[in-house]
Design a protein around this ligand. Structure first.
Ligand code: FAD
Length: 373
């Protein structure tokens, strides 16, 4: 049986970034296990989707590219794009992994995890069982869409399952959801000349909303949304809580709102309604404690509160008001987790320590979004 100090499950931005941090610990025996290819989720983004956080090679001046998974690399340099596509970003991750000779096993889905009494984990892989002292779960959210947000949603294509908006070639569509994925779907359809109706509960882009892009629409999406609205092809309907979609006997669909309004469409509406709470952490649901809102509870060190040695990295991490759902946010946690594990194993952590106190390798690691500090 293969025996590792640390197993990372998932080779997306979180898994690759975490592996680069672990690599700084001398003598640490770790591996990354990926169900598909490196950056698999990014490869599955709709062809027209672009990063909303801009990439820029400001690294030599101490400001890491917002989308980089380690301090020296830059997706902007690698892809030559300020707003990389999913495929460009996946290529960047694969390039970094190769350049650092990271031990990544592709097409190696972890089917089950069994905590070992007294410490450590047994992992079921397609090639047999693997033992790891520590487990870092980095399986993201994108491949775990919420496909049943309301009755009749089964008729509706979900954003996360769309390969290319060119395949949506009818004259008009309705999109449900007013945050990044719904808005992105509406923008791209409008750009392709479709008439689009966007149904939203409330504006996530008015100036009163939070400045945190985890709660309000990013500037990049706002700008594109205004352009789509100016084209005359985008209608936005506010205050809509969709409670169901029914199918007409003669074809077509009726979209029902909670306040009694409805819209009839020939095409099923598109779901930009989000992902399952907890995302890929649901795969090992019994190893975490969950709050009433369906989110994973973590210690201050991002460890499971009920399974010692199990850590979560990626967009599902939350601490009070802090929501780490962007790469520039969750990468702040890599060094801390690597350091904690290395200390448990009595390894040297010198290469992980940054001299500046609260200033971590990617900036202020203790920053609070509301700028209370
Ligand atoms: C449309 C869209 C636009 C976005 N734009 C931005 C942006 O501009 N900037 C930004 O910072 N963030 C953005 N995000 C969020 C960002 O994509 C995510 O935060 C990021 O992908 C999370 O990285 P991750 O590594 O946690 O997850 P993923 O990239 O999803 O990686 C998880 C990996 O785990 C693998 N996996 C899952 N289960 C298993 C298993 N059991 N065994 C083995 N492997 C497994 C998957 O195949 C996948 O490769 C965007 C998200 C969306 C949906």
């Amino acid at each position: 049986m293969r025996d590792l100090d640390v197993a990372i499950v998932g080779a997306g931005a979180a898994g690759i970034g975490m592996a680069l941090a672990l690599q700084k610990v001398p003598g640490l025996n770790f591996g990354v296990f990926e169900a598909g290819r490196i950056g698999e989720s990014f490869r599955r983004w709709p062809a027209q989707t672009r990063f909303i956080t801009p990439s820029f090679h400001s690294n030599p001046f101490g400001l890491a590219d917002l989308n980089a998974v380690n301090e020296p690399s830059s997706p902007a340099i690698h892809s030559g794009a300020e707003h990389p596509s999913g495929a460009q970003y996946a290529d960047y991750l694969a390039f970094v992994a190769q350049g650092h000779a990271l031990p990544v096993a592709s097409y190696c889905k972890i089917a089950a995890v069994h905590p070992v009494p007294g410490g450590g984990f047994l992992l079921d892989t397609p090639k047999g069982t693997l033992r790891a002292g520590f487990l870092i779960w980095a399986t993201g959210e994108f491949q775990f869409p919420d496909l049943t947000p309301f009755a009749g949603a089964a008729w509706c294509p979900h954003y996360a399952l769309v390969a290319d908006w060119n395949h949506f070639d009818a004259r008009r569509y309705t999109v449900i959801g007013g945050y990044e994925s719904g808005v992105d779907a509406a923008i791209n359809l409008a750009r392709l000349g479709r008439e689009v109706r966007l149904l939203v509960r409330k504006s996530t882009w008015d100036q009163q909303a939070s400045h945190d892009p985890s709660l309000s629409l990013s500037p990049y999406s706002r700008q594109r949304l205004y352009e789509a609205a100016d084209s005359g092809r985008l209608e936005i309907v506010f205050g809509v809580d969709v409670i169901g979609v029914t199918r007409h006997d003669k074809g077509g669909f009726r979209i029902h709102a909670g306040d009694g309004r409805y819209w009839d469409e020939r095409q099923a509406p598109i779901l930009g309604t989000g992902f399952a709470k907890g995302g890929g952490a649901r795969q090992i649901a019994g190893l975490w404690a969950w709050d009433d809102d369906g989110r994973v509870l973590l210690t201050e060190a991002d460890e499971s509160t009920i399974t010692p040695g199990l850590f979560l990295v990626g967009p599902q991490v939350r601490h009070d008001q802090r929501i780490y759902c962007f790469i520039y946010k969750f990468r702040q946690r890599f060094a801390m987790i690597a350091q904690g594990i290395a200390q448990c194993l009595d390894k040297d952590i010198g290469a992980l320590q940054s001299p500046g106190g609260a200033w971590g390798p990617f900036g202020n690691s203790e920053c609070c979004e509301g700028c209370e500090c």
